[in-house]
Design a protein around this ligand. Sequence first.
Ligand code: NAD
Length: 248
Amino acid sequence: MTKVALVTGASRGIGRATALLLAQRGYAVGVNYQQDEAAAEQVVAQIRAQGGQAQTLRANIAEEEQVVAMFAALDSSLGPIGALVNNAGILFQQAGIEQLTAERINKVFATNVTGYFLCCREAVKRMALRHGGQGGAIVNVSSAAARLGAAGEYVDYAASKGAVDTLTTGLALEVAAQGIRVNSVRPGFIYTDMHASGGEPGRVDRVKTAVPMQRGGQPEEVAEAVAWLLSDAASYVTGCFIDAAGGR
Ligand code: NAD
């Protein structure tokens, strides 16, 4: 039976690369997007052109009703979910603690933490053996910043990713007996538009010398780690973290 995966924030960057890779590996893929419908449709078109199955799903993951509706739409379009990639995230411009406002901190946490929780909840409801599900796998895309703190740059973002890692640890324990595995991938500096929307387009090139491998990563290199954690090859791996950060 075809496995169904949902990837949040899949219209570009790491989410897009992950959606395309999962489709190549035989998953039917729900391509979540918030605003950029045309880009999401392109991802779906590319998957279908290669003989795969995919469906765009619009939702702001920070909004509970929209998340609930998205999972219902996934059920009726592609079928029962077996894999969730919590990937949609936001990063604001670099700022020290004295510049951080409650509005900014709440926005970061609404997407990066509440959004991940809501999607986990809806996925677990469907995957759990006790609900008649078949089990499944969840990967939370965290960040190297969760370990490193991002001092003076975006400690709000780093703290939100720390919360993601704690969610991974706790939820992995909570749902292990229900046949659901939960893991995190922590990317380092990856070439995507996130840095541009965070205010510094050339950031990865500026900071790449701080990476032991002396280069930024490509979204596809993160997608490989996500796909492995979702796969049956990782069937005894849960509550774990893979750092895709060039040794940083
Ligand atoms: P990106 O900005 O290119 O893509 C993020 C996507 O998420 C966008 O399509 C955006 O529209 C979507 N999104 C944001 N808020 C959303 C919401 N509330 N609801 C639905 N969709 C929403 O960024 P990326 O670099 O591909 O980041 C993907 C993930 O990887 C994020 O969780 C990010 O924190 C993490 N990450 C990225 C890097 C990096 O260097 N690029 C490093 C570490 C971690």
